[in-house]
Design a protein around this ligand. Structure first.
Ligand code: GAR
Length: 210
């Protein structure tokens, strides 16, 4: 099975969904390790409970971003993973780091990219008066939340919705989207080409809607 390393900074519910998919046989891969920049991330505890190898690489223990990213790269290499999955990893990675892992690093972002890159996506959807929200899985490129989008899930914004309500309704959809997308990546040759995605050599005209 292809090995996956999950990078996370917090709760770890997307990690748990991926792990569950592996256990159910919906994901033909092996989560080899979980790496966090936050020593007290709940996701690290979940991984330990699952007997998954964990690595903690706290930013504060490194004098600068270069040495932090070196330690991160060492943990990833030690996991033996091909796929690097950012599941609520809240640190921006340098272009150099991203390029070193090009084509095998993906991220889940809580918006319909290219709308609402960055933080506070739920509030920003409401502030913009949009009727639709969602989540995206994309290849990571040096541009923050800017890489080619592989797949999306959509969610209707209801009148009176709060940001917390949107986040709460979106999360279970993320938990479907991420494992399904990883299952696809593990099964087919999926590549990022320029701004778009190709599957078995065929270019997608739009992200897959899962
Ligand atoms: C998820 O909603 C994910 O989309 C988001 O953080 C949450 C992590 O939850 N990611 C980002 O905002 C990336 N910038 P989890 O720790 O329970 O998986």
């Amino acid at each position: 099975a292809q090995r996956i390393v999950v990078l996370l900074s917090g709760r770890g519910s997307n990690y748990r969904a991926l792990r569950q998919a592996q256990a159910d046989g919906r994901l033909d891969g092996e989560i080899a390790a979980v790496v966090s920049d936050q020593p007290d991330a709940a996701g690290l505890g979940l991984a330990r409970d699952d007997d998954i190898e964990t690595f903690c690489v706290p930013r504060a223990q490194h004098p600068d971003r270069t040495t932090f990213e070196q330690a991160l790269a060492e943990a990833i290499a030690a996991s033996g993973a091909h796929w690097i999955v950012l599941a609520g990893f809240m640190r921006v990675l340098s272009a150099r780091f991203v390029q070193a892992h090009a084509g095998r690093m993906v991220n889940i972002h809580p918006s319909l990219l290219p709308r609402h890159r960055g933080l506070n996506t739920h509030q920003r959807v409401l502030a913009a008066g949009e009727s639709e929200h969602g989540a995206s899985v994309h290849f990571v490129t040096p541009e923050l939340d800017g890489g080619p989008v592989i797949s999306q899930v959509r969610l209707k914004v209801e009148p009176g919705d709060t940001a917390d309500q949107l986040a709460e309704r979106l999360l279970p959809l993320e938990h479907r989207l991420f494992p399904a997308t990883m299952a696809l990546l593990l099964r087919y040759p999926v590549e990022a080409r320029d701004e778009s995605i190709s599957i078995q050599g065929k270019t997608l005209s739009a992200p897959l809607v899962l």
